[in-house]
Design a protein around this ligand. Sequence first.
Ligand SMILES: [Zn+2]
Length: 452
Amino acid sequence: MPGDESATQGTTTVLRADWVLTVDARDRVLADGAVAVADGALVAVGPADEVLAAHPGAEVEHLRGHALLPGLVNAHTHFGMTMFRGYADDRDLQDFLGVVIPAEERVLDPDRVRLATRAAAVESVLAGVTTALDMYFFHADGTAGADEVGMRLQTGQLVVDVPGPEGWTWEQRLEGAEQWLAGRPARPGWRPVVAPHSTYAVSPEHLAAVADLAARHDAAVHVHASESAGELDLVASLHGRRPLQVLDDVGLLRPGTVLAHAVWLDDDEVARVASTGTAVAHCPASNLKLASGVARVPELLAAGAVVGIGTDGPASSNDLDMFVALRLAALLHKGAAPSATAGTAAGAAALPAAQVLRMATAGGAAAVGLGADVGALEVGRRADLLAVDLDQPHTQPVFDPVSTVVYAAGRGDVRHVWVEGRPVVRDGSTVRVARDEVVADLRALQRAVDPR
Ligand SMILES: [Zn+2]
């Protein structure tokens, strides 16, 4: 988590840009807009002349040719898996896990997870991601790595029934979760998290204990669910039920629960997810690469479900590029529209650019329990934002900056990123942890994973 010290303490900074994409309740897009930042929060958002007039003593940064937008929220990932990027490609989920889990057992330790997570945080902030919902072993060490970069990592105890790389008993794991939640209560920009892996890696009895723990601490619950057809078969053989039924039976379909993937939902489950306020983290790159299937995102959105976008871990996606993930989401659901609309105007209208940008920002923030804190440029929210340079051959002309960001821009166009009003990327370079340093770390981690 970003620390408490703030470079903007006591001073007000105005960021002015050619376009401000607020992703607020009215989806306002301001041409020649500005935001004012003080003490890590947004204190004004509006037309540049109005914001400048209201803050005469402010430091002003004029971002010509840029769009300012809320920091992207990666709603499902495993940052520590950067060390396994490219290690198990072109396999389905069960095959992938069969390769990766033994490698994790052999390789993971606290310092390696810290370094791998730090590298993932550098990759992420360079791509405009300011918040990520993470799930991995040694979460406290991963958090330390993300803190060095200045990124907002929402993470907590990973709960599985096996001892895992820590060699923990179930009781130790639950105690670890309790201590983490008790030690880090909710505050603006942070919601405590517990992460039971899935209904195939955690028994229903243990999931019920996690549900009780989460309710007592008002914690977000981060869980994989209904990712593949194989998972449905496995859970049916273990528990005689579908994954969502197992979660429903222990009270885990509720606001604050984030279902990673949720590809294989039937009609009743789509309705149940929406009516219970359960969120979904849609991971189009991972779902395509692992041939898991196509999530029913248009139906979930139509039912009123909270949906964010995630990359999944860098061993299965294989990068942490939210620009790719959000563009894939926009394109995939047009082409994969139900047969009644495929090839029609209704199919092409599925998941328009503004809706996808909302999923990658405000939707993700709401999913991870930070819906009032980040994800939109609105007065009172934390000042997490990025500036994208749209003065590029591949981004001009700009008729609609939202469309340009979604369909034409990429992570290489991210020039500046702020978390809590403090710069974490300036002119395309990280401020706190050098890019070269994490590249060297990743090379060393590769030798640990595979010493050949
Ligand atoms: Zn995952």
